[in-house]
Design a protein. Sequence first.
Length: 256
Amino acid sequence: MAKSNPAISQVLFIPDLHGERPRLDEVVQSDAFQNACVAVQAGDFINGGGKDIIGTAERIYDLVRYRKNFFLCRGNHERAFAEMCRRIFANDPERPPKAKDSMNPTLKELGRLSDDDQEAFMRMMLDLYDNYSHDFYIVNEKIVLCHANWNDAILGCQDLTSYLDGTVVGGNLEDKNHAKDVIGAGWRRHDVKDDWHQPPREVKVFTGHYHVPKVRVEGDFGNIIRADTRCGKGGYLSVLEICAQTGQFSVTPYHR
């Protein structure tokens, strides 16, 4: 069985931001952020009800490039935006750009920029999504952080064992063919075909994505922890401080 990385003791998990740049700045300036071995943002930092979506994205871009202990999970909002950008730049009449209604807040902010600045932002977002974002982050053999579900952390990856040193792992979320064969990390064989969203008993999975009013513990074994994601809808930004050895956590709410 792979061993956890003793260098990682405290992890900060920052759930969906949805354009709330001031609260991201507040977190970054906090002692908890400065003292954390690793800080992971769950994704979904665009769209939603925040007042500075572009500023939030630019701040995230700086953090993942210049802070070695800051990592980013891919959110569904960034995935959809990246696909739209690819279609715009491809200029293929058979695959025209598609903008979901959920993108309207981001597109509204983009509309205030010049054409050159709009293109620069879209290319930045593609770079951020392709080169600096990951489908999940494995802290050790007992703790996984991802945007939405346990299956984020197993799709497209046949063997997780070589990554159990605090390394961020990417994966192709579109490839489900071999997901049921995953055994890595010393975890027991888990047939995701029968129980897609339930991690093994010994693994705790921390996620964002779901619109829950407070941190919620779910799963057959109480090992799925859904972070409070109301930040972009007028609620708090509830940041989780996680002990890497035990999986125990505390919650700090950041107000508007």
